[in-house]
Design a protein. Structure first.
Length: 281
């Protein structure tokens, strides 16, 4: 059994170890398949490799997740069950259909809106409005489990200055995939952050080179995460090549022909791939 599937199998067993009783299921909080192993292995670096060719159609139905770059830091994520999620939602970049879930961060007004469409069922703030507290997201919507890991931000236009735990890395666990959106990340992650995050198969990473972090700092985060699929976003100023140049032969690089990619556990690249979707170049 390949290491990735062994890790997933162990996590799945941990998730369903408790008695399968309807009442108990209702009371139990969601169990993260991506985080379960990380909690027992401090300072772990996950290797995210599969034996399948990269970016090929999925073998069976019900395992495809579609990601579409809409603009800036907003991606549309569509689950096999039809759940639509929009990341760093500001109301300007919108999916074609009303999203079921939107996530937000507060560093700039381009990453949130205080007046979202009332038809959106789940509006998830990556910050807490209660001083001294942090946002704590643990939400299951259809076939998607959504959680967050908070980080500090240096400033927040429109909502005050520096803010502890003002940014959230949102993690979407869908069809066995661990998908992470780093938000407006200002500081390199600590060992505690990596443990909270766990495994990320797909990661959306800001590559502006300064508004968040410099390319060298951001590249260190990505190398530590060791995700199979890296999707650049939030490009303002420097070309994507400035970020890509920080990586060596252990990472592949490709430019996408369009703004979308469909991926599954079976079709993750053999080695980490930086995949630049149309609109980010």
């Amino acid at each position: 059994m390949k290491p990735r599937y062994l890790i997933l199998a162990i996590a799945c067993l941990a998730a369903f170890a408790a008695p399968n009783l309807a009442g108990a299921q209702e009371q139990r909080p969601p169990v993260s398949q991506c985080q379960a192993i990380a909690q027992t292995i401090p300072k772990v670096t996950f290797a995210s490799f599969s034996g399948a060719p990269p970016l090929m159609p999925a073998i069976s139905e019900g395992e495809d997740v579609k990601l579409t770059f809409l603009g800036h830091s907003t991606f549309e994520i569509e689950s096999p069950g039809g759940i639509v999620i929009a990341t760093d939602y500001n109301g300007w970049y919108r999916p074609a259909t009303m999203p079921d879930v939107v996530t937000m961060n507060k560093a700039h007004t381009t990453h949130y809106t205080l007046t979202p469409d009332p038809g959106i069922k789940h509006v998830l703030h990556g910050w807490s409005d209660i001083p001294g507290e942090k946002a704590n997201i643990n939400l299951v919507v259809g076939d998607a489990y959504i959680r967050n890991v908070t980080t500090d931000i240096r400033f927040s236009y429109g909502l005050g200055g520096a803010h502890e735990n003002g940014n959230s890395i949102f993690i979407f666990e869908i069809a066995g995939l661990c998908i992470g959106h780093l938000g407006h990340l200002h500081y390199e992650l600590t060992d505690a952050h990596y443990t909270e995050i766990g495994r990320l198969d797909v990661v959306m990473v800001p590559v502006d080179g300064g508004l968040t972090m410099g390319a060298d700092s951001m590249s260190r985060v990505i190398k530590r995460l060791r995700s199979s699929l890296i999707l650049p976003m939030h490009r303002r100023g420097p070309p994507v090549e400035a970020f890509v140049s920080m990586f060596g032969k252990d990472f592949d690089v490709a430019n996408a022909p369009d703004a979308s990619i469909t991926v599954s556990m079976r079709t993750l690249p053999k080695k980490p791939l930086i995949y630049v979707l149309k609109g980010v170049q």
